[in-house]
Design a protein around this ligand. Structure first.
Ligand SMILES: Cc1cc2nc3c(=O)[nH]c(=O)nc-3n(C[C@H](O)[C@H](O)[C@H](O)COP(=O)(O)OP(=O)(O)OC[C@H]3O[C@@H](n4cnc5c(N)ncnc54)[C@H](O)[C@@H]3O)c2cc1C
Ligand SMILES: Cc1cc2nc3c(=O)[nH]c(=O)nc-3n(C[C@H](O)[C@H](O)[C@H](O)COP(=O)(O)O)c2cc1C
Length: 606
């Protein structure tokens, strides 16, 4: 749910935090409208009432839930048709009576690949009226993204605009929290059959989940590697071998080539997958918080409602279990209660929301504690007020065929200054600065990316656009294709700030290009000349050749920044199809959609 406007001066995470905070307040006010409070009517008896369930899912979470919905629906006597959203046409929809949509959100608020075509057709002006359709939508997403459950929300709003009747408010699952799903299911069954007019609100928001049982708590929203016992909940304690800086002296960036050893043969991954890394917090921040609260680091604290109850020392929990870089709404609320005269208390007054928003930008738990110095929190009270520290994902930059027993990453470290203090990205700076090679365990798991793979046919050409750390999976793809003796052509677009310092992996890419395996290599260094040049500019310069490759059946890949780069690259691709391919805007969109539905346009953007 987006309450804070996109234009407000916040980073993605800050905006996500604020949206969560405001949504939680709204939830407080909605009170009895919470899903799950709808009384569970006995299942209607009429057999074979047709119900369509459409899902949009990239890595399987939404499709998994859709299957559960289908099973439950069958047990309630519905005649179920379970389909990927892309396989449902608006004309089919206009003939339906009941539809449930289960859809995740990807990229920067986009539908998953197997729902992109559905959304594009549904949003057209020519989409038919859906007067006879009763429907409800379940969204899956992650509040760390600015456009939380954006794809589900837009589908919900569009169905309503086309005249369909929403029979139960949209529910939204954040990460592994499945409570909204359960409540939604309860609300949906009686309303799908009710003959009463329905006037369901568009969405009932759930509060942002509070701390539960520490790192990786709750089921993973994504599928773990099928054959691997190592999961988000049970990560593999790997050892880091290398964290080499890839940028040269004088660069404004610090990108690291990370090599991690895998001594366990059951730890499997494929080129295209991402690695989940469970980091530790900066000890300086931990010390600052202990000092601000005047607490004994060795005191024992509980880690949530586990049975038997898990506990650890306060210092360990602050280091490994809780988020310290963003204060939770619960913490701010409690500080305001304990220190009513404090800055925090005044910022939490409803009329001062805009001030709270700007105060929040770039501030962490230590800032929050310092802004209410009179508030005394003991160790037991602190834990439930902090959120569990989540793993970070990194696109794997090696192929297991080229580097058995290892996994490589390409990590851009996050370092900046805010409010007079140096701020460090939790995971990137932990990997770069504090993990001792060969000594510190690095908890990792594989995040399978079935949607992001080299072509099944090794003779197919590949076009890869990966500026900055976006190069990571393409290094893996090139290694993979070389290892299997692929005969297809390869074209890489890479870009960064300066060639002299930021041409990542140049010592590998140049030889690959020289020996012809990397058929084409186009580089864009934005700061090497007066006017900025980016990968999308290089694409436009090469329109004819790009078009030819696409027509030869090339697969097109993009990896890296979702907010701007991936959108600009897609716009450039559309231009290529229009100009070199001689297509109208509409036909170019259809061409792109076809690429997507054939799995020939794949994105790994973040
Ligand atoms: C599928 C996937 C693949 C990914 N692959 C890669 C990859 O290959 N390489 C890679 O480097 N990353 C990758 N990422 C991103 C990665 O997961 C982390 O988000 C990233 O490393 C930052 O995490 P962190 O813990 O270091 O920083 P955090 O502690 O999470 O801090 C990052 C936050 O700091 C804030 N921030 C950053 N800069 C500023 C600033 N100048 N001013 C104010 N606030 C600021 C922003 O809110 C930002 O979101 C990927 C993400 C996904 C989802
Ligand atoms: C690269 C990437 C981008 C994402 N973008 C968003 C987003 O913009 N909004 C959101 O709510 N969730 C976003 N998510 C979270 C997914 O929607 C969430 O993990 C969901 O459970 C995935 O479900 P699926 O496996 O069915 O696709 C993103 C996840 C990844 C890895």
């Amino acid at each position: 749910m987006n309450i804070v406007p996109e234009t407000a001066p916040f980073s993605r995470e800050q905006r996500a935090w604020l949206n969560g905070f405001l949504a939680a307040s709204l939830f407080d006010r909605l009170g009895s409208a919470v899903p799950g409070t709808v009384p569970d009517a006995p299942p209607p008896v009429a057999p074979s009432r047709p119900l369509w369930i459409g899902f949009g899912s990239q890595t399987g979470s939404a499709s998994g839930l859709a299957k559960k919905v289908a099973k439950a629906a069958e047990s309630k006597g519905f005649l179920v048709t379970l389909r990927e959203l892309d396989s449902i046409s608006p004309d089919e929809l206009s003939g339906l009576e009941r539809l449930l949509v289960v859809c995740s959100t990807w990229g920067d608020g986009e539908p998953p690949d197997n729902a992109a075509g559905f959304w594009s057709r549904l949003s057209e002006g020519a989409a038919p009226r859906l007067g006879s359709l009763r429907y409800s939508v379940l969204g899956l997403g992650d509040r760390n993204y600015a456009d939380f459950c954006g794809a589900a929300r837009r589908i919900d709003e569009r169905l309503e605009a086309l005249g369909a009747r929403r029979v139960a408010p949209r529910a939204e699952c954040d990460g592994g929290d499945r409570a909204p799903f359960t409540a939604w299911m309860e609300a949906v069954w009686p309303s799908l059959d009710s003959v009463e007019p329905v006037d369901a609100p568009p969405c009932v928001v759930s509060p942002i989940p509070g701390p539960t049982v520490g790192p990786g708590s709750g089921p993973s929203p994504e599928t773990p590697a099928a054959a691997s016992p190592w999961t988000r909940r049970h990560p593999y304690p790997a050892r880091l071998r290398v964290a080499r800086r890839l940028n040269g002296e004088g660069s404004s960036k610090d990108t690291r080539h990370i090599e991690i050893e895998l001594d366990d043969a059951s730890f499997v991954y494929e080129a295209g997958d991402a690695l989940g890394v469970q980091p530790s917090n900066d000890p300086a921040l931990v010390d600052g918080i202990l000092e601000a609260l005047g607490l004994d680091p060795t005191v024992s604290v509980g880690l949530g409602p586990t049975v038997p109850a898990e506990s650890t020392t306060l210092a360990e929990a602050l280091t490994n279990r809780w988020v310290l870089t963003q204060p939770s709404p619960a913490l701010l609320k409690r500080l305001a209660e304990l220190a009513p005269g404090s800055l925090i208390a005044s910022l939490l007054e409803p009329s001062r929301r805009p001030n709270l928003e700007s105060w929040m930008a770039g501030r962490d738990v230590l800032d929050a504690l310092r802004s209410a110095p009179e508030a005394r929190l003991d160790a037991v009270e602190l834990g439930p007020l902090l959120r569990p520290l989540q793993p970070r994902l990194y696109s794997i930059s090696s192929s297991p065929k080229a580097h058995p027993g290892e996994v490589h990453l390409t990590v851009g470290t996050v370092r900046y200054e805010a409010h007079g203090r140096a701020r460090l990205g939790v995971a990137s700076c932990w990997l770069a600065d504090r993990v001792i090679p060969g000594v510190t365990p690095v908890p990792v798991f594989v995040q399978v990316s079935r949607h992001f793979r080299p072509p099944g046919d090794p003779s197919r050409p590949m076009i890869m656009v990966g500026p900055g750390t976006g190069i990571a999976p393409f290094r893996a793809f090139l290694q993979e294709r070389r290892a299997i003796g692929a005969t297809g052509k390869h074209w890489l677009f890479f870009g960064d700030q300066r060639r002299a310092t930021d041409y990542l992996y140049s010592s590998e890419l140049d030889p690959l290009h020289q020996d012809g395996f990397l058929t084409r290599l186009d580089l864009a260094f934005s700061r090497d000349q007066e006017s900025k040049v980016y990968v999308q500019d290089r694409m436009r310069e090469q329109s004819q050749a790009l078009w030819q490759w696409l027509e030869e059946g090339a697969h097109f890949y993009v990896c890296g920044d979702a907010r701007r780069m991936a959108k600009d690259v897609e716009a450039a691709l559309r231009t290529v199809i229009r100009t070199a391919g001689g297509r109208t805007e509409e036909k170019a969109s259809e061409y792109l959609e076809r690429l997507q539905s054939e799995g020939r346009y794949q994105k790994d953007v973040y």
